[in-house]
Write a protein that binds this ligand. Sequence first.
Ligand code: ADP
Ligand code: ASP
Ligand code: MG
Length: 422
Amino acid sequence: MRVYKFGGASVKSSAAVKNVGEVLRTQADGPLLVVISAMGKITNKLELLVDAYFHNKKTKKKIYDEIKQFHQVIIDELQISENDYYEVENLLIELECIVEKRRDESSSFDVEYDRIVPFGELLSTKIVSTYLNKIGYKSRWIDARNFVITTNKNRAANVLWDESIPLITNSLKPLVEKQTIVTQGFIGRGLNHKNTTLGREGSDYTAAIFAFALDAESVTIWKDVDGVMNADPRKFDDAVLIPRLSFNEAIELAYYGASVIHPKTIQPLKNKKIPLCVKSFLNPDRPGTIVMESDQKTLNETQCYIVKEDQILVTIASKDFSFIVEDNLEIIFNAFNSAGVQLNLMQNSAISFMACFNAETSKVEKLVELLTNKFEVTINEGHTLLTVFNYSDSNSELENIIAGRNITLEQKSNSALQLLLI
Ligand code: ADP
Ligand code: ASP
Ligand code: MG
């Protein structure tokens, strides 16, 4: 039994969906569960729709129409017949009915987000599954929310393994044995029976959840790149493919922000030693990258570059010149946690603490509000965080990459060099 995952880029157009059909027809072998994300950049559009709906903006109708039109064009180009199309149409009607009404004033933004954004995955899986059946590749659509049971925490739900595993093994496994199953990434259901989502880009993680519970022999995530490379090829022309990676190296790469794999994906696979293949849906015959259990380092001399743009540097200094030690650090970390800020790099000195994190205006405002009574808080925008993983002092590329920018923070560990640049 194997698990495949197709992300947004692999289903961004009718030609892309046809290509998925071709990959399945030529590569799939034996029982298979296929996890699919929302098409193209539709999740971003749905986020705009939630915002417009929640704040009752005039743009609501226009955004909905764009989402409908985008899917409609793909359906038309795939020549899906009206008989098969009604389920997709029902989903679009359901979405329209939700956003047409004024929202319930007592409902929170995050609850509404999880009610609306999953439509991206529901629509894409219905379309792909219908198309596969049309071309004679038998598949069955299932609703991932019946199997991925989570905490009620909207937009960042945690999987409840004890609830999910029996459902997947008892009810889903027998179905996968019979025919290819098509299901959604990213979405789940809370114990309160309402929709939840696992955090942006969470579909890779969904594939790992199913693989763990199904005891799959492997997971393949199909990407628009040849596999995991030593840098994002969109940013580094000379990026090279990494053919083999250990689970530990992959966890670290994902932790530092190599966005090719969602950070939570590796742990469940490592626990059951299920290999992860990262392959190109454009060149499916190429070997790609295999991530697997290994005691030895597989990266050898290859140094990996991870760039995170749009970083905010916060400097927090005590107003009364008290040292930034345990008591003050407790207050500072509680504030980061309450504001929902995840730190990418931190450093402290006698009377100040500096850290950087991804720019998100609402979180910054909340953080400043929480800290400003006790501390002097300074915010600086527009930084870039460069991480060199598997760093060696003999690195001759670094100066070129830094290209004359100033280094605001610098940190070196056994495995990585991190530089905050402006
Ligand atoms: P998905 O379609 O599954 O959502 P993503 O867009 O999230 O795929 O991931 C693929 C993209 O990740 C590539 O197009 C590439 O630009 C980017 N990327 C970032 N870092 C790396 C890396 N180290 N190796 C390969 N691709 C990377
Ligand atoms: N569609 C979701 C997102 O864009 C989940 C995913 O693609 O992995 O974040
Ligand atoms: Mg993605």
